[in-house]
Design a protein around this ligand. Structure first.
Ligand SMILES: O=C(O)CCC(=O)C(=O)O
Length: 305
């Protein structure tokens, strides 16, 4: 469970490495689940929206290499169980805020051989990727919790970060992306990771990973993003007075569906005899009954095209 020093390190630097967050059995289960998805790829039986979850990129010499699978929680029980993991939810409550809501989920892949670059960026690219509560002065960040399933090294395309860049007001990430350099970027560092390690990164941290050449093995990372409900209410929640809140618009229905997903994750873990940090969301107003549906893509995600 995260210590006060780890929380402070995250606030100061915009990232935090938590070694050994998952057991080797959990890593194996998630590796098997992702291997099945990669092997099957998008199938004719899927809706166009489900097929669109599989995203491809260019590398030198090829233009269709798998780089990402969106909406993984609905793609297998292993991903759903991960959402209720005690290490994840402890970290989410301490780093994001007690009123945490799961907002995005995906798996980023660097295939063996040549893996696709993820150029320097801040996630989401929206104008306000945090919420400063005017009443308390507290900052609520948007944070990704990144679970490494494989060794991530220079050879397999480890992530690079610029520690402290979460505090920069001006966004220099597009310039860095255009330059396409990693080692030469002032203040940048590579973050090697082992299977089962968890990395937390503030979405406003500059981060990216180079294209790989001759990578000896695959490198998969599961990304679960969380935001506090107060952040969502301030910037994203669709209301009658604010039908189009600039950045990403999240309706009450969509927020409830994401919270129902969390409840389903907790219930599924309990039914399997796995540890849970609590039976329901600790904040009463954020408790939602589990639903059958485990596919809850972003509201703008067109399932028919
Ligand atoms: O895993 C990586 O290389 C970075 C992925 C990432 O930052 C993203 O997809 O937004």
């Amino acid at each position: 469970m995260l210590s006060a020093e780890q929380v402070q390190f995250f606030r100061d630097n915009g990232y935090l490495k938590v070694p050994g967050a998952l057991s080797s059995a959990e890593v194996k289960e998630l590796r098997d689940a992702t291997a099945r998805l990669i092997e099957s790829g998008p199938t004719p039986g899927m809706t166009p929206g489900e097929r669109k979850d599989y995203q491809y990129g260019r590398v030198k010499g090829a233009d269709k290499v798998l780089r990402r699978i969106e909406n993984v929680i609905g793609k297998g029980e292993a991903f759903l169980r991960l959402l209720g993991h005690p290490v994840l939810l402890d970290a989410a409550a301490k780093i994001v805020g007690e009123q945490f809501v799961p907002t995005y989920d995906s798996c980023v892949i660097k295939m063996p051989g040549r893996g696709v670059e993820v150029p320097w960026h801040r996630d989401g690219g929206g104008p306000r990727m945090f919420f400063d509560d005017p009443q308390t002065g507290r900052r609520f960040p948007a944070v990704n919790f990144d679970f490494y399933l494989d060794e991530s090294t220079e050879k397999t395309g480890a992530l690079w970060v610029v520690p402290g860049s979460n505090k920069e007001v001006e966004n220099r990430a597009p310039q860095l992306a255009r330059a396409g350099q990693y080692a030469g970027v002032p203040g940048a560092m590579m973050v090697p990771m082992q299977p089962g390690d968890m990395l937390l990164h503030d979405v406003t941290l500059y981060h990216g990973s180079p294209e790989t050449e001759d990578a000896p093995s695959i490198r998969r990372v599961i990304y679960y993003e969380f935001r506090d409900k107060r952040f969502i209410d301030a910037h994203h929640r669709v209301t009658a007075e604010r039908p189009n809140p600039g950045n990403v618009p999240w309706t009450d229905d969509w927020i409830a569906a994401r919270l129902a997903l969390l409840q389903k994750a907790l219930d599924t873990r309990r039914a399997a005899g796995l540890p849970v940090p609590f039976a329901q969301h600790p904040i009463e107003a954020l408790r939602a009954a589990a639903r059958e549906q485990t596919r809850v893509p972003q509201p703008g995600w067109d399932e028919s095209a």
